[in-house]
Design a protein around this ligand. Structure first.
Ligand code: SF4
Length: 134
């Protein structure tokens, strides 16, 4: 295996379901799906100059997970650390109507919305495994 550490960086979208799903799918990578290989990076810290975060993203592959096509996580990573290895955009997977919906608190997510988290996490896994196999 060429890469034992892969960063997964979620946007911090607090205003729409897409951001919530991005964060939950990223957590699922870290805690369940690829738990010994995933490193998550904190976007707010990254933006405020977190040296460790930026250095990691320069050195290791990073998958960004964004709630919508504004791609805040990808743009920030590419601005400070260079090209990302893959991008997952929730609105491209689930559609804009769902991603931009205003249900944001994970407290109120329905079973169906948790399945959406699984779908996005599965997409992250696909990219993850492709990077690992290189
Ligand atoms: S990518 Fe979209 S959902 Fe995520 S922080 Fe940016 S505007 Fe919000």
């Amino acid at each position: 295996m060429a890469n034992s550490n892969i960063g997964v960086l979620s946007c911090s979208g607090e205003e729409c379901l897409g951001g919530t799903i991005s964060r939950l799918a990223t957590r699922k990578m870290l805690e369940e799906l690829r738990k010994d290989q995933t490193v998550t990076l904190c976007l707010p810290l990254y933006l405020t100059g977190g040296e460790e975060e930026r250095a990691f993203a320069k050195e290791y592959p990073v998958i960004t997970v964004d709630g919508c096509s504004k791609c805040c996580a990808r743009r920030a990573t590419e601005k400070y650390s260079g090209k990302v290895s893959a991008t997952v955009i929730v609105s491209h997977i689930l559609g804009e109507d769902i991603a931009l919906c205003k249900t944001v608190s994970s407290k109120y997510l329905t079973e169906e919305q948790y399945k959406m988290v699984d779908k996005v996490a599965a997409e992250i896994c696909k990219h993850f495994d492709k990077i690992v196999s290189k």
